[in-house]
Design a protein. Structure first.
Length: 191
């Protein structure tokens, strides 16, 4: 069973907003090493988790280089537009498209960063709908929500989402570091 670790980033704007969901797919044999590496990257920081938005440029560069050195693939859906108060609709569209892509890579388990219970339930409904109506009959796609502070593999997806966000805002230095480990695609949100 291949697992993908998912986190998001978004920017609301009437005409230029976007929603990003990044999925990191790691071979189970390297997951333990990747966890240790991410904990090491966090270092003595007085935060619950490693978070892109709390890093300066040097730390972001180091984080992107560290992620690029891991044996994994990063599949990212970028939905737009995302006007104010439409982020959940955009998330659902991005998640739906991403699930289809991940299924093509043999992923059958999703670990998403936990949010509020109601929002987690929305994700589960979206995943169930895609599994029942889009994926081939009998396809497996399990999902669970995990607190970001307890799972360092989610931090990888946070870094990837942050790098793609920076690229969409005109700074590609971090996605350039990720190189061929990154596959991103656009999703029309119809928002």
């Amino acid at each position: 069973m291949r697992t993908a670790w998912l986190d998001e980033s978004f920017r609301e704007h009437e005409t230029a907003g976007f929603y990003i969901i990044a999925a990191t797919v790691l071979d189970p044999a390297v997951a333990g090493t990747a966890r240790l590496t991410m904990r090491g990257l966090k270092g003595p920081r007085d935060t619950a988790k490693l978070h892109w938005n709390e890093m300066d440029r040097t730390e972001r560069k180091d984080a992107a280089q560290t992620v690029a050195a891991q044996e994994g693939l990063h599949v990212v859906s970028v939905g737009s537009p995302v006007p104010r108060r439409k982020q959940e609709r955009a998330r659902s569209k991005c998640l739906s498209a991403l699930i289809q892509e991940l299924h093509g890579f043999g992923v059958s388990r999703l670990c998403l960063e936990a949010r509020e219970d109601e929002l987690n339930a929305r994700d589960i409904r979206t995943i169930a709908t895609v599994r029942q109506t889009v994926l081939p009959k009998g396809s497996m796609m399990r999902a669970e929500h995990i607190p970001g502070a307890t799972e360092p593999l989610l931090w990888i997806s946070d870094i990837v989402a942050g790098a793609v966000r920076a690229q969409r805002l005109g700074d590609s230095r971090y996605t350039d570091l990720l190189g061929e480990t990154l596959i991103d695609f656009d999703v029309a949100t119809d928002c």
